[in-house]
Design a protein around this ligand. Structure first.
Ligand SMILES: [Fe+2]
Length: 242
């Protein structure tokens, strides 16, 4: 699925490459879908890069270590926001609704985050080591760990998109979603934003970008203009062999 879905009622929701479901409803979930698309895209590139980058390409490994730090910071913030602000609100709402299947789905979301964390830590250690003292054994182990992280995160995102986000649309009021969006945007320094804007826009069609900007604010168009060249340069280095 790679087109934008336009619906007569409610916001136009993105349907991006790799996305497994569009949860129809009144809330604008595009920030969530944009993040999921970028997580899938980058993790696939990390797995390909770990398998394909020659051990002696130290500048590329350093680029990969920097990119991993930026990527994993965004992913950690995304999961923390969901665990601290989104799932607790929804758990109260499914309980009030007597929805035991909904509770099981939401509990699985938190449990799956716990499964992903050690894999991300192992990837971080592997990329840091390859940027410092590269060796074939570490590279080979990292190729396996990044592939595993890609698979586990992909399965989690599928579960979230097909199981949890429809519950969000069904039960969460706008003010509850506003709280999630506010937490998602908190703590963003200039350096993080300079990475985040072109990172989120990477790989979108012009039409998907228009939909994204109408959700996250047209002010980001200007930021994208100023940040895209540096991002493209750093991406080309890190993923040279992906
Ligand atoms: Fe998510």
């Amino acid at each position: 699925m790679s087109t934008t879905t336009h619906r007569p009622a409610g916001p136009a929701l993105l349907d991006l490459p790799g996305q497994t479901h569009v949860a129809e409803g009144p809330l604008d979930l595009n920030g969530m879908y944009l993040a999921h698309h970028a997580f899938r895209r980058d993790l696939a590139s990390f797995a390909a890069a770990a398998a394909g980058t020659p051990v002696g390409e130290i500048d590329v490994w350093r680029g990969l270590a920097v990119r991993w730090e930026r990527f994993s910071h965004v992913l950690h913030h995304h999961h923390t926001t969901e665990d601290d602000v989104l799932w607790p609100q929804l758990l109260d709402l499914v309980d009030a609704d007597g929805d035991t299947a909904g509770r099981a789905t939401l509990e699985a979301m938190e449990a799956e985050h716990q499964l992903i964390d050690p894999l991300l830590a192992a990837c971080a250690e592997g990329f840091a080591r390859m940027a410092d003292r590269p060796d074939e054994e570490t590279r080979s182990r990292l190729a396996g760990t990044t592939r595993q992280a890609c698979d586990v995160l992909g399965e989690h995102l599928r579960h979230e998109e097909t199981g949890a986000l429809p519950i969000v649309q069904r039960l969460l009021p706008q003010e509850g979603w506003d709280r999630v969006e506010e937490a998602a945007g908190s703590g963003a320094t200039f350096a993080r934003t300079r990475f985040l804007v072109p990172w989120v826009a990477d790989g979108l069609t012009p039409e998907q970008r228009d939909t994204a900007f109408s959700s996250v604010g047209n002010g980001f168009r200007v930021l994208l203009w100023f940040t895209r060249r540096r991002y493209a340069r750093e991406t080309a280095l890190a993923f040279r062999y992906a």
